[in-house]
Design a protein around this ligand. Structure first.
Ligand SMILES: Nc1nc2c(ncn2[C@@H]2O[C@H](COP(=O)(O)OP(=O)(O)OP(=O)(O)O)[C@@H](O)[C@H]2O)c(=O)[nH]1
Ligand SMILES: [K+]
Ligand SMILES: [Mg+2]
Length: 447
């Protein structure tokens, strides 16, 4: 496999569909365009053409054909797009026609985007923004991803990076011209003050990044409690469909089940888990282990306690762990509550999936929780752990550089260089070869 290969893939969704888009990128795209269609193609205009098999000349489909000569294409290479009818046999016939050409092969997942990156059409944060945009499920995720794809994040980091490179150049100029026993003069005082300001900007940026990461992956809300507490029933009620199996048998749920909800444009992942108890069976024990793991990773745990049980399991054992997520206690099966128990303890919420009592109120509270924990920022924010790691490296190099006046100026300038390098890694301007497979592996084939 080489990058001089021409690649092709179905870039639109699953078949059958009204229209299917086959994208072809690489040096043989022009020739393919000539041989599949018989008249010349104008750049970036849609042409309605019969597509013929290059060997038999049989007409395979009538399609819209668009020709994007390099470098003005998504990948920066010659790109041909065939918008054909979305039948499985149509696409299979066109793929068969393409396989006739030498050095033309199906694309791997993310390979078009990888080529766009290699050609400098997108930097890494823009690539990640594109992956997030394709994966986005809610309005707020779409907005955040689009901003990142448009280069909003790289712009900030590139600006900081050039500030640091300039600071370093000033320090080095001072080193070149100063006498050995010269005390660093006024130029470097200004430089260090600027570096200090930048460090606090980065600190603020980092402190906001958790919120943006949460928006990217969605708020994790885990339903937990004893077996038969009504977790799966609540999951189905909130998702408004039959996601989880519900039976009267304690220990029904073993696997972790997840559904994605859109609460007023905010992404929430709702997780149903196995009921927590001392279980005998191997399968159930594994289910409970997974349930506990999900609880630890949650942003919010909804702990269900059935209203018809006086002494039901409480989440107290969870609260002994350090770093516990927020826990809301829900009185489930409120339709079964005896009159003596109906007065709610303060802070608890009662719901019934039978009568739907309390459900709207719960949805409202969850929506408010999501809104409080996903602040929408107009400024681009770091959205991934990868960004945070490099920003933290940058910050510690900056702190090393100005923490000690006694350190030789050469070493302090070197710290500035390292800090700038960490920022360069975020947008991929500085060697990141080791991470590329991970980042591009996120894409589907055809992107
Ligand atoms: N009366 C009443 N019964 C309910 C309600 N919610 C659930 N149930 C019943 O309680 C039983 C257990 O419900 P599930 O949703 O399977 O409970 P679970 O917590 O997921 O149980 P496990 O997966 O076994 O841990 C079923 O028979 C449900 O029909 C409710 O609001 N009111
Ligand atoms: K059950
Ligand atoms: Mg269940």
């Amino acid at each position: 496999m080489t990058t001089s290969d021409t690649i092709y893939a179905l870039s639109s969704g699953s078949l059958p569909a009204g229209v299917a888009i086959i994208r072809i990128s690489g040096p043989r795209s022009a020739e393919i365009g000539r041989r599949l269609t018989d008249a010349p193609l104008q750049p970036r205009l849609a042409h309605l053409r019969s597509i013929r098999h290059p060997n038999t000349a049989e007409v395979l489909d009538d399609a819209l054909v668009i020709w994007f000569p390099a470098p003005r294409s998504f990948t920066g290479e010659d790109v041909l797009e065939l918008h054909c009818h979305g039948g499985r046999a149509v696409v299979a016939a066109l793929f068969d026609a393409l396989s006739v050409f030498e050095n033309v092969r199906p694309a791997e997942a993310g390979e078009f985007t990888r080529r766009a990156f290699d050609a400098g059409r997108l930097d890494l944060t823009e690539v990640e923004g594109l992956a997030d945009l394709i994966a986005s499920e809610t309005e707020t995720q779409r907005r955040q991803a689009l901003r990142q794809m448009g280069g909003g994040l790289s712009e900030i980091y590139d600006g900081w990076r050039s500030d640091l490179l300039r600071a370093r150049a000033l320090i080095e100029a001072e080193l070149d011209f100063a006498d050995e026993d010269d005390v660093p003069g006024s130029v470097s005082d200004v430089v260090w003050a600027d570096v200090c300001t930048l460090a606090s900007l980065i600190e603020i940026h980092l402190s906001q990044s958790r919120v943006a990461e949460r928006l990217r992956r969605g708020i994790q809300i885990v339903l937990a409690g004893a077996p038969n507490a009504g977790k799966s029933s609540l999951m189905n009620a909130l998702a408004r469909r039959d996601v989880a199996i519900v039976t009267e048998e304690a220990g029904t749920t073993r696997d972790v089940l997840e559904v994605h909800l859109d609460l007023h444009g905010l992404p929430v992942t709702l997780v149903d888990t196995a009921g927590i108890r001392e279980a005998e069976g191997l399968v159930e024990r594994e289910g409970i282990r997974r349930a506990r793991e999900k609880m630890r990773q949650a942003d919010l745990i909804l702990w269900l306690m059935p209203s018809d049980e006086m002494h039901s399991a409480s989440p107290d054992d969870l609260l002994n762990e350090p770093d516990v997520p927020a826990v809301w206690v829900l009185r489930s099966k409120s339709d079964l509550a005896s009159p003596a128990m109906t007065q709610d303890e303060p802070g608890t919420v009662s719901v019934s999936t039978r009568t739907h009592n309390g459900l709207e109120g719960l949805i409202g509270r969850l929506g408010k929780y999501a809104a409080d924990h996903i602040a929408l920022s107009e400024d681009p924010l770091a959205t991934r752990e990868r960004h945070r790691t490099h920003l933290e490296d940058c910050l510690s190099a900056l702190k090393r550089s100005f923490d000690s006046d006694s350190k030789p100026l050469e070493l302090r300038a070197e710290d500035l260089r390292l800090a700038a390098e960490s920022l360069g890694r975020i947008s991929g301007r500085i060697d990141v070869e080791d991470m590329l497979d991970v980042i591009f592996g996120e894409f589907c084939i055809g992107k």
